[in-house]
Design a protein around this ligand. Structure first.
Ligand code: SF4
Ligand code: SF4
Length: 309
């Protein structure tokens, strides 16, 4: 009697599938786990990433990246945009989709390891380096490399199906999978840029760009002032779009991308916060504005234009 079957739930698949078949199986698995969008990109598409964000530093033998997106519920988006309550968005727009994506990524990585490919789930975008505002990798860049969407004016990923209202995760694998194409269409073409106008701290601009190279081609997307965004999301501003207890004027700094200057300003401002806020949440409190990507729905704009023609 083969006792292996009684002691182990994992059955190693001995016959390896072709890249095309395995790709199909991976995508089916991802959808069955609950992903709303799935895409695949070769790791080579990240070769121009800065070293501290390059996925290869985590799994040097990786050949493919799988990106999964979880859409944000529309009712939750509406409550968040109306500024009625912070509860639904923080739970169902932020935490819960991210927990689910973490679970999906682990299950998908284990699924691939049953085929004998080492696979690494990378946790959703919870900052691990708060000083620099960096995650382990940039899930949005991977998602673009995997053909799920394009980085847009707001600097976040814009998908054809759900606009910017998605959360993202990545699995790296040593399996060679069939890649999806990078989306050629720029979703921001013809959009009236509500992402820029909704930002209460003017962290986005209508015309300042970042430039990156992917697969030998140059892509432009919007610059974001991390300083301003942190001021907004960091609980320094009150108003209908934030849920902070303090309301502090934003200091002027020379370089809004300089994290040392940003830290100093936050420490100084921490002292001036509303006392209850300071006592309960310290110098920095993350209150997650996220309005720019929730308001981004170019797919609705296109539908409206189509319907009116
Ligand atoms: S709101 Fe419009 S301009 Fe802004 S990122 Fe989305 S599609 Fe681009
Ligand atoms: S998250 Fe809020 S503060 Fe940050 S850029 Fe978007 S709208 Fe502005």
């Amino acid at each position: 009697m083969n006792t292996n079957n009684l002691t182990s739930k994992t059955v190693k698949k001995t016959t390896k599938s072709s890249p095309a078949k395995l790709t199909q199986e991976v995508k089916e698995k991802a959808f069955s786990l609950g992903a709303h969008l799935v895409g695949i990109g070769p790791i080579s598409r990240m070769k121009n990433a800065p070293p501290e964000l390059n996925p290869k530093r985590l799994l040097p033998e990786a050949k493919s990246m799988i990106s999964m997106a979880y859409r944000i519920n529309r009712g939750v988006q509406q409550v968040h945009l109306r500024g009625v309550s912070p509860m639904s968005f923080s739970r169902f727009g932020g935490l819960e989709p991210k927990f689910r994506l973490d679970d999906m990524a682990l299950d998908l990585a284990n699924f691939l390891e049953d085929f004998d490919y080492v696979s690494l789930p990378i946790p959703t975008n919870q900052y691990y380096d708060i000083e620099k505002g960096l995650g382990e990798i940039s899930h949005r860049h991977v998602a673009m490399a995997a053909g799920i969407g394009r980085l847009g004016r707001g600097g976040f990923l814009v998908t054809p199906q759900y606009g910017g209202a998605v959360q993202l995760i990545t699995v790296l694998t040593t399996a060679k999978l069939k890649p999806d194409s990078i989306l050629e269409e720029n979703p921001c073409d013809g959009c009236p840029q509500p992402c820029v106008s909704i930002c209460p701290v003017k962290a986005l601009t209508p015309d300042r760009d970042r430039v990156m190279k992917m697969d030998g081609k140059e892509y432009r997307y919007g610059w974001l002032s991390y300083f301003r965004c942190l001021w907004g999301c960091g609980g320094m501003v009150m108003g209908d779009r934030f849920y902070a207890l303090s309301d502090l004027p934003m200091p002027k700094i020379d370089d809004e991308d300089d994290f040392e200057q940003i830290q100093v300003e936050f420490l100084l401002a921490g002292e001036k916060r509303f006392p209850w806020d300071r006592a309960t949440r310290g110098a920095f409190a993350y209150s997650a504005c996220s309005k720019c990507f929730v308001v981004c729905h170019p797919e609705k704009l296109k539908k409206k234009n189509k319907d009116s023609n």
